[in-house]
Ligand binder design. Structure first.
Ligand code: TYD
Length: 203
């Protein structure tokens, strides 16, 4: 476990429409049934900066990539201080839908240096496990537009998402475990459990 802390931080990462949110919910249900204390959360958070970020979704060009990075970092600091750090200290299992790997991939795809982005995240607790869901872009886009009944927002435009996918593919961090997300939900869930189970022994 990282930092000798009592809890666990498991993050769910990948391009949009890879099914990571569904897998987070399935894992949360199993862990709660087994009696663990689970905190399910997400970024951008619903704090003040996260709310500002969501407003950006529809008119992205108004701010520069640097300003965008600053906002995601401000949101993360707020989220870490208010929820993630206290929950880790309290021995909880935190399941977070997106974290700093998303910042590296999305703001990296917007032109910023991935190593610089990682360095700017040095305040954020390192995940015990980062589940990185991979699926072909077309599958993700189809899931967004058909499954969710949505149109693509500015963060989801296809050429940009292709760059994001490339960033995710190139990411190499010790906490990362890659998951083939182009399979049925139950098969993916079993993979997630196999990766999470060994970590639970330390709780
Ligand atoms: P998300 O809430 O997963 O989207 P949705 O509600 O549509 O499922 O994330 C919102 C978008 O924010 C997503 O396209 C990725 C982007 N994002 C970044 O660009 N940088 C970040 O650091 C994070 C956490 C998200």
């Amino acid at each position: 476990m990282s930092d000798n802390r009592p809890g666990l931080l498991i993050v769910f990462e990948g391009t949009d429409g890879t099914g990571k949110s569904t897998q987070l919910k399935l894992l949360a249900t199993v862990l709660v049934e087994r009696g663990f204390s689970v905190v399910s959360t997400f970024e951008p958070s619903n704090g003040i900066y996260g709310t500002q970020i969501r407003e950006l979704f529809t008119n992205r060009k108004k701010i520069s990539p640097e300003e965008e990075l600053d906002l995601f970092l401000a949101d993360r600091k707020d989220h870490v201080d208010k929820l993630i750090a206290p929950s880790l200290k309290g021995g909880k299992i935190i399941l977070c839908d997106r974290y700093y790997l998303s910042t590296i991939a999305y703001q990296g795809a917007a032109g910023l240096d991935p190593d610089h982005i990682l360095a700017r995240n040095d305040f954020a607790p390192v995940p015990d496990l980062a589940l990185l869901f991979h699926a072909p872009l077309a599958t993700g886009i189809q899931r967004i537009t058909e499954g969710r009944g949505d149109t693509l927002n500015d963060f989801e435009k296809e050429d940009y998402l292709q760059k994001v996918a490339t960033q995710f593919e190139q990411l190499q961090l010790p906490c990362i475990k890659r998951i083939d997300a182009e399979r049925d939900i139950e098969a993916i869930h079993q993979d997630v459990l196999a990766l999470v189970n060994p970590l639970l022994r330390s709780l």
